[in-house]
Design a protein around this ligand. Sequence first.
Ligand code: FMN
Ligand code: SF4
Length: 392
Amino acid sequence: MGEKKIVSRNFNRIKPDSINDYLEVGGYEALKKARSMKREEVVEEILKSGLRGRGGGGFPTGRKWKLVLQEGGKEKFVIVNGDEGEPGAFKDREILEKNPHLLVEGAFIAAYAVGAEKIFFYIRGEYPFAQKLLKKAVVDAGDYSNGIKIEIRSGAGSYICGEETALLESIEGKRGHPRVKPPFPTKKGLWERPTLVNNAETLATVPEIVLEGGEWYSEIGNGEWKGTQLLSVNGAVEKPGVYEFEFGTSAEEVIETAGGVREEMGLKAVAPGASSPLVPARELSKKIEEIGGSGAFIVLSEEESIPEFCKSVAEFFFKESCGKCVPCRLGVMRLLEFAEKRCESGLNEIDFQDFLELSRVMEATSLCGLGKSACVLMKSALELFKEEFLRS
Ligand SMILES: Cc1cc2nc3c(=O)[nH]c(=O)nc-3n(C[C@H](O)[C@H](O)[C@H](O)COP(=O)(O)O)c2cc1C
Ligand code: SF4
């Protein structure tokens, strides 16, 4: 296993602002092919491919498309989730900045397959250059729209607006608070209409699947995880950047591909963002699909203080919790207290037990994924690096 370029195949080979360059490498052929098929047939190819969402949840993409298609002839929407707020993740930005037409084509195919008449691109506000390229790509691709309308919306700096139902609220012009699920967006999404929400990378994978066939894609990857994943490798590596790996690749191979750990630095752990457990140096044989997360791969050197890192993660959740539900609104305060207390005086056994209780309650009772996962990284840090947290 190792690096394999499907989504990133034409990165740095074509100019991102040139539709002619995109057309020269076979751009919009997949869309033509899809439109020559029945909607059901397109969905069937995606089902066959085994593609799963790259936004963090890993939901089977074909199943989601089928649910929206089955909603019949109602008004429907497609949302491209390019909010990318996970700390250390910048792989969706890479797609937008290196090949925006690939994403536009993937979104057009999705809209055709599920029978939607409008696409919303929801792009992180901190990505102005990506937004500019996307705007140009959308205008230049006008001839391929077949009447499908497109609107580009900019996020306003809030992590929670990447959560699909908070995102719906945001597009509707309301405060970005998650909705209670069910109903799921596939049934009642934007303005209560069936809505397909997919991550940008998920949709950027679609054109190649349509061209080559679902079966071709399903033979790439490892076990339940088909295909490839883009990872934003950063931190203490020689060559930080976005790389694409086949599922089945180990963390060790990822680090090697990014030039290895920076000179004279030992490796302590890998953090797949702020919402997933740490991977310690002794577990680098773990595969990328076991590590999870939404594309962030932060390499922490031995010089890094794990409690300090946890504190920055706790500050992040404290700042980003939307406050709609009690377990998370109060829980993130407790989480931050824990992380800060250690930095001043170290934790004792009672603190550890209290933390486990906090983590259990937040995971079980928070309304959305933010609260459910806010303690996950710190919990793994306490298990793996307990000595760094002890009262000295
Ligand atoms: C707090 C929070 C933030 C999220 N942020 C993003 C995001 O920035 N981009 C994204 O694609 N999905 C994000 N998600 C996941 C979305 O809710 C949703 O599952 C995803 O967009 C579905 O697309 P997929 O099936 O293609 O992965 C977030 C989830 C949570 C709980
Ligand atoms: S879990 Fe946190 S972010 Fe999610 S709805 Fe509750 S308060 Fe808001």
